[in-house]
Design a protein around this ligand. Structure first.
Ligand SMILES: NC(=O)c1ccc[n+]([C@@H]2O[C@H](COP(=O)([O-])OP(=O)(O)OC[C@H]3O[C@@H](n4cnc5c(N)ncnc54)[C@H](O)[C@@H]3O)[C@@H](O)[C@H]2O)c1
Length: 258
């Protein structure tokens, strides 16, 4: 396969670091976002477009070898917005890939797809969906759409249940959920490079000593996390981990009642 990739959400937290990091692993990028992406960097194409517009996504998808879908709403919102941007947007990405003959799609899922799962030391990827918000529901729906397009149309679809991606862990929960910048690039590079995964769900977490998720399915795919939030344990501030019962943390709390 050529190494030309459509990256949606290229201005975001994760899109931004992939935009910076994926080229050094040999991928050339076509970036899509509704927000201003600034000037194109070496080897990059930029497309200002909206994932809620199927025609725009199809045009952006034509001619690439794979799609990395990071665009959309990254937290809780009203149900209609979540459906329109996250669920319909993910459908547009997969349907565009099918129509354009693109064989590999990497989807940003989330730990909030299983947020109401009680915390444990090694939650498997096949634990039942237990979304903690409408946002989490959209991630379950995205995984289900990915499964359909893999089984019915033979696409390779890798769903990344990302924990907490930020430069450093700053809250007690992050000691379990953190995904470092460098591991995020390793994760997406592995999801793009794995030979014929067909359909896979993996946890997008660093090798955290206090992690709650099974990282073996990711390792089987070629994702070998290096960083560990424990290295920052002494720097975590005074925040209290109020919602200790479930994986989803505060997303399981009453502030997220609509
Ligand atoms: N950052 C995390 O800790 C984390 C954790 C779990 C899952 N995720 C998931 O990973 C993905 C990326 O997360 P992030 O933190 O980079 O999010 P972000 O909010 O920082 O970035 C999202 C990007 O999508 C773009 N976008 C929004 N609506 C769009 C639309 N209609 N069309 C095109 N682009 C649109 C935004 O402009 C933004 O650049 C999201 O799907 C998110 O749910 C992130």
């Amino acid at each position: 396969m050529t190494r030309h990739v459509l990256l949606t959400g290229a201005v975001g937290q994760i899109g931004g670091l992939l935009r910076a990091g994926l080229p050094s692993t040999g991928w050339t990028l076509r970036c899509l976002d509704t927000a201003d992406m600034g000037a194109a960097r070496d080897g990059e194409e930029l497309i200002r477009g909206d994932i809620t517009d199927l025609d725009a996504v199809l045009a952006a998808t034509t001619g690439v070898a794979a799609v990395v879908h990071m665009g959309g709403l990254s937290s809780e919102a009203a149900y209609d917005e979540i459906r329109r941007v996250n669920i319909d947007g993910t459908y547009h990405v997969l349907e565009s890939a099918r129509r354009a003959g693109v064989r590999r799609v990497v989807l940003a899922s989330s730990n909030h797809a299983v947020g109401f799962t009680p915390r444990a030391t090694c939650v498997p990827v096949d634990t039942r969906p237990r979304p903690d918000t409408f946002y989490g529901v959209s991630k379950v729906a995205g995984e289900a759409l990915g499964s359909l397009y893999a089984d019915r149309y033979g696409l390779d679809v890798v769903c990344l249940r990302i924990g907490t991606q930020r430069p450093r862990p700053v809250h007690p929960r992050h000691l379990s959920t953190w995904l470092s910048d460098a591991d995020a690039v390793r994760l997406v590079d592995a999801a793009l490079s794995a030979a014929s995964p067909r359909f896979a769900v993996v946890y997008g977490i660093s090798a955290n000593t206090r992690g709650w998720w099974d990282l073996e399915p990711g390792r089987a795919l070629g994702y070998h996390p290096v960083d560990d939030a424990e290295d920052y344990a002494g720097e975590i501030g005074d925040d209290v981990d109020t919602y200790q019962g479930f994986l989803g943390g505060e997303f399981t709390g009453p502030e997220y009642d609509q």
